[in-house]
Structure formats: C-alpha cells, structure tokens
Design a protein around this ligand. Structure first.
Ligand code: GLV
Length: 320
C-alpha cells in the first residue's frame, strides 16, 4: 500500500486554492455535482476553510495559514511537489497526489527555443540590432552536438526526442540509470555526472527538487564542464546557483538558460539578470492548464471513489 491512509477514502469537501481557482473549481463542480467545492485565492484562504475541507487542490500550500486543518488529501496542480514536501504543516498521513498533466511537449519546446537561441546567438544579435550594428559572426549548428539530460522521465524523454530529431546525440542521467527510450544513446546513474559533463555541449535538467537531487549540479560538477550550456527547467535547487557567475566567467559554461531558481521571483539583485550569457525566464516552461489540472484531480477522485489508489500518488521518500 503506497500510503498510511486506508481505503475506502473518498473526500467530498474540496477546497480549490491555486492561482486558477475560479476556473478549476467551476469545472470540478460541473463534472462532479456530487462534491462540495469551495474556492479562494491562495492569499485569502482561512483556517476555517481548511477546517471545512477534506481535500485541497493547488500548486503550493496556502500562505495565509500554517495548519492544513482537516485536509486529508492534497492534489498538487503542478508536477513538482517540493513546496508540499518541504512544508512542515503537511502531516505525513495526508495523501499527496500530483498533476497527471504531461508537461513534456511544452518544456521540450522551451528547451529547443533556448538551444537555437544560444547556438544562433540570438540575444547578442538582438543587442547588436538595437545598436544598429552590423555584427557578423560564426554561428554554430545544433546538429552534431551532444546533450546530457538530467532526468529521463516524461519531461526528459520529450526533450530527448526533440533534440534527437535535430541531430543531437542524447545521453541521459537518472536515479536508476535505466531508460528504454530510444532517444537516449545511453543512460547513466547520477553518480556518473562528474565524469560526463566535460563531453556535453548541453546540460539540461528537468529534475525535481528532492533530497537526492538538491545541489547535484554543484560547483565541483560545474568546474568539470568544458563550455557546455546549462538549461534548467526542473527546480533551481538542483544547481548550485551561487556558483553560476564563476562558471560563466571561467568558461566552464558558455551560456545558461534558466527557468527556475533557488528563490522565485529571482531577486532583483541577482547577477544572473545582467549576464549577457544568461537567458532568464520566470518559471514558465511548463504551465499548468485548467483542463489538465481538472483532469488530474478528477482521475484521482474517481480512483478513490472506486476504492483504489490513484496512479498519481507521490512517493514521499522519492520526492515525486
Ligand atoms: C511547475 O514547475 C510544476 O511543477 O508543475
């Protein structure tokens, strides 16, 4: 059994508290008129709401209150559940499920856009254009380069497939070191990372923030890179962010495209904003859609209604 709760367990009072709470709650009401559904903006959730609710649907714990009241099931509308796992208010006996949405295709497009932007030197060409400067340079092809993908799950596989189609060789790194997906030439366990980064043109992380992944791309690992570009669409904490300016300055990295950061929003004083080799995006590479969030919740609720554990129960030890 994946969880200390026992079946049957089918919560009926649902509190939707994420950003898109109005639309998500409305769709759940339409699909499941038998459930009682309340919704509130994350900052407006009260202790009384959480006393009332048996299930909470949202991306992060509500900021307005510390305790989760009577909530026995949390459904995360995001893929990464670190905000929940790191929340001391979340009792280990609470069932945690995560979004069933496939973020792979969208994050693969995010990655491909950055791979081309870096290879085609788009940021610097646009700066030259703004200065009315004719600035010829050698641009490089993506085909024939080698990508090292950290994470070979749904998202890693979608990125691998896209890069493979562009003529890249794709090597994977994962917890198990196993992947049968054809887009990867080979897959290693994470402990091989320091020996692999020196041969990579691209290092692309889609890893979640777990005790195993935190700080994995350390200063030591960065110091072994030989001019790779680092792309991060997983979680900021996987990379030793404080070492990035040095890694760029010393040429360990030739560029970085970062969608996730240790602190979000990225503090205004971060040197990453001003580094011309860095492309910052505000955690938008894989967006939760209302339809995806609702479908994930409904699938889990239906499984529980049948007296089964949903497919999307988070393994708290693993962290995803
Ligand atoms: C976004 O970062 C998510 O975890 O869904």
């Amino acid at each position: 059994m994946p969880h200390p709760l026992t079946l049957p367990f089918a919560p009926r009072r649902i509190l939707v508290g994420g950003q898109d709470h109005v639309a998500i709650a409305e769709s759940i009401r339409q699909a499941r008129p038998d459930l009682e559904v309340r919704n509130a903006a994350p900052a407006q959730i009260t202790a009384a709401d959480l006393e009332w609710a048996e299930c909470f649907v949202g991306f992060r714990p509500p900021r307005s209150t510390q305790a989760m009241g009577n909530v026995r099931w949390v459904h995360s509308t995001g893929a990464g559940v670190d905000a929940w796992l790191n929340d001391p208010a979340l009792d280990p006996a609470v069932l945690l499920t995560r979004s069933a949405e496939s973020f792979g295709p969208m994050i693969a497009e995010w990655a491909v856009a950055r791979v081309f932007a870096i290879q085609q030197q788009l940021p610097s060409l646009m700066r030259a254009q703004q200065a009315h400067e004719w600035a010829p340079r050698d641009i490089a092809q993506v085909a024939g380069t080698r990508a090292l993908l950290l994470g070979t799950g749904d998202i890693g596989r979608a990125i691998a497939t896209a890069l493979r189609a562009l003529g890249c060789e794709v090597i994977g790194v994962s917890r198990s070191g196993q992947s049968t997906h054809a887009a990867f030439t080979r897959v290693h366990t994470t402990d091989a990372l320091p020996s692999l980064v020196g041969d990579a043109d691209w290092i692309i992380s889609s890893l979640p923030d777990t005790p195993d992944t935190r700080g994995l791309v350390s200063r030591d690992v960065l110091s072994r890179c030989r001019g790779a570009a680092l792309l991060n669409a997983g979680r900021g904490a996987v990379v030793e962010e404080a070492a990035l300016p040095e890694a760029l300055e010393r040429g360990w990295l030739r560029a970085a495209a970062l969608d996730v950061f240790v602190r979000e929003p990225l503090p205004v004083g971060s040197p990453l904003w001003d580094d011309p080799r860095v492309i910052v995006s505000p955690h938008i590479s894989g967006l939760t859609t209302t339809a995806g969030a609702v479908a994930g919740f409904l699938e889990c609720a239906e499984a529980l209604g049948r007296g089964e554990w949903p497919r999307w129960v988070v393994d708290r030890e693993r962290g995803y």
